[in-house]
Design a protein around this ligand. Structure first.
Ligand code: SF4
Length: 482
């Protein structure tokens, strides 16, 4: 745990402090007292389970929610049936919503059997008014509902629920606040995500994120650097700088700073070995960023550059503020500066109004750029977004195009991924291999996975590995002596 205030020094008989970080630690202490009483009553430790849906921003938020629940005295379990179950939801596609309702249905019966059981919902899906109405009406057994803007208030909201017997709902339309130094429990001891900004101002026509994550606000560079320095002291060697659009970092700061300037600062942190970042919007990709990346020893030579569509007509409709030509020119600049750069992307198939010609433009970009890999999505109608009101492309047409795209992307990816076969590369070992415990799994700088014989002690360390064989999307390797 980092930057932690000592809970035993907090006088919970006093009124809660005003300063937000201290206030939340106060409520962590209050919850701790309540949960201790419940555990005594139950005669056993109370458990919690946090399930995260969606993106790395959500995963990072869940690391904070897990840490707060641990501080309160709950014990984490991988079992979905726990005394406190929290779903950190996503709403970027409709099926994400359906998944959550499915899980809630499953918990309803379980809750009847356990008087100590509580259920919480947070994250992007809860920012949708009609969803909260549905929870209130059809899932009244849920105990706590909060959104993306007040994640930091979790302990305070949980304390309110522990003091009452009715559902607590607290959804904010937005916030300017960025609350620092709350507890956080990293999933991996050697790598973690670091938020550099929240929200998005781009309003791409198909995307619900600006409506559920609010306006862009950047963290102070000092706070980011302090966090990275602390993380490195704590054993972290790789950070992923996170934002919906990291390229517009710093615009809202009292003293503006560019993302490239921030990267230069982060690069200076002694002991940090690898820097990654996600996600970059092509329209804000600067020459300065390309230069900083190309001259850096720590910034990984992997660039995730969402395309969405290769058709300039459709990109305009999507409100992406870039064209096919501009995108290809950016890729050329990136490849000129870093010839062996790994480029990955996001592509949507079936955006309303997409014609066969538009789709062929997408395929043309895919063939020209030769992505190491691509996240390919079927367009999902998100109510409240401009695109949702447009005429939808017939499902069977979308499916057929999606399959064509997938075939092309996978073929190119296999070829691209094989290019390092027969070379020795540095791998950060991340885990024991899921299929064979005598193997470990790690990642190259360009994020490609490598499996090779190894032991648990190697997790979190860098190894020199001979890439013996490319296997489509990963390598089989052999460790070589340093
Ligand atoms: S840049 Fe566009 S696609 Fe990305 S989060 Fe913002 S609105 Fe959504």
């Amino acid at each position: 745990m980092l930057n932690q205030i000592n809970l035993t020094e907090i006088d919970t008989s006093q009124a809660p402090p005003e300063e937000e970080t201290k206030r939340q630690y106060y409520f962590i202490a209050k919850c701790r007292e309540s949960v201790a009483k419940l555990q005594k009553e139950a005669g056993r430790p109370l458990t919690f389970h946090v399930q995260t849906f969606g993106c790395q921003m959500n995963a990072r938020d869940s690391e904070k929610l897990v840490a707060i629940l641990e501080e309160i005295g709950y014990q984490q379990t991988e079992e979905e049936i726990a005394d406190f179950v929290l779903y950190n939801t996503c709403t970027v596609r409709e099926n994400a919503n359906q998944k959550v309702y499915g899980h809630l249905g499953y918990l309803k019966g379980e809750k009847k059997k356990n008087p100590y059981m509580m259920i919480g919902l947070c994250g992007c899906m809860m920012q949708e008014t009609k969803v909260v109405e549905k929870i209130r009406e059809s899932y009244s057994f849920v105990d706590l509902v909060f959104g993306t803007h007040n994640i930091f208030k979790f302990a305070e909201l949980l304390y309110s629920r522990l003091q009452s017997s009715s559902m607590i709902i607290d959804i904010w339309d937005g916030t300017e606040q960025i609350v620092e130094n709350l507890p956080s429990e990293r999933k991996f001891p050697f790598k973690t995500g670091v938020n550099i900004m929240y929200g998005c101002n781009n309003f791409c026509s198909y995307c619900i994120v600006p409506y559920v994550r609010g306006r862009e606000r950047s963290r102070e560079p000092k706070a980011i650097l302090r966090e990275v320095e602390q993380l490195v002291k704590d054993g972290v060697v790789e950070v992923m700088l996170l934002g919906q659009n990291v390229n517009s970092y710093g615009k809202t700061l009292p003293t503006p700073m560019t993302f490239a300037q921030l990267l230069r600062e982060v690069e200076q942190v002694e002991g940090l070995k690898r820097i990654r970042f996600m996600t970059s919007h092509p329209k804000d990709l600067s020459d300065e960023l390309i230069e900083v990346m190309a001259s850096s020893k720590k910034i990984c030579k992997h660039f995730h550059l969402p395309l969405q569509s290769g058709s300039s007509r459709l990109l305009q409709d999507m409100n992406r503020h870039d064209t096919k030509e501009q995108y290809l020119a950016l890729v050329e600049k990136l490849r000129t500066a870093m010839p062996d750069l790994s480029i990955t992307t996001d592509i949507i198939v079936g955006y309303p109004g997409e014609t066969e010609e538009d789709f062929e433009e997408t395929m043309d970009v895919v063939r020209k750029v030769e992505y190491d890999s691509a996240f390919t999505f079927v367009y999902s109608q998100r109510s409240g977004t401009p695109a949702a009101k447009m005429e939808q492309v017939p499902e069977e047409v979308v499916k057929e195009r999606f399959n064509r795209l997938l075939t092309e992307v996978n073929e190119i990816s296999k070829r691209r991924t094989g290019r390092l076969e027969g070379t020795v590369q540095e791998v950060l070992v991340e885990s024991i291999n899921a299929q064979d415990a005598s193997f470990v799994t790690g990642r190259l700088e360009n994020s490609t996975q490598v499996h090779f014989k190894g032991t648990e002690e190697e997790i979190g360390t860098f190894r020199k590995v001979y890439l013996k064989e490319a296997k489509g999307f990963y390598y089989l390797g052999e460790e070589v002596a340093e």
